[in-house]
Unconditional design. Structure first.
Length: 116
């Protein structure tokens, strides 16, 4: 069975940090382009960060630049999103996805709430 499982979300105060994890099962994550997305209540899902399958190309949404870092650990078949200097507007459900050709996988999402 092929799937992605996110973890690491939770409640954090503004200016705090969280690291989200996305573990793949049933396929090798390193062969896929990876993306982190988020969806806040009442808003459309938006891209936050993405990494090519080779890892040589990384892009961030303007809202994430300088604060978020996407990375991958091939030995754990896991991709991470390190989020620093969190703001209330970062509150959302965060999803990871993996894409290769016609194959697209999504995780179930993990809730991140930034509030004092």
């Amino acid at each position: 069975q092929l799937h992605l499982v996110e973890s690491g979300g939770g409640l954090v105060q503004p200016t705090g940090s969280l690291r989200l994890s996305c573990e793949a099962s049933g396929f090798t994550l390193g062969r896929y382009a990876i993306g982190w997305f988020r969806q806040a209540p009442g808003k459309e899902r938006e891209g936050v960060a993405c990494m090519s399958s080779s890892g040589t190309s990384i892009n961030y949404a303007d809202s994430a630049k300088g604060r978020f870092t996407i990375s991958r650990d091939g030995s754990k078949n896991t991709v991470y999103l390190q989020m620093n200097s969190l703001k209330p507007e970062d509150t959302a459900v965060y999803y990871c996805n993996a894409v290769s050709g016609g194959d697209v996988y999504w995780g179930q999402g993990t809730q991140v709430t930034v509030s004092s």
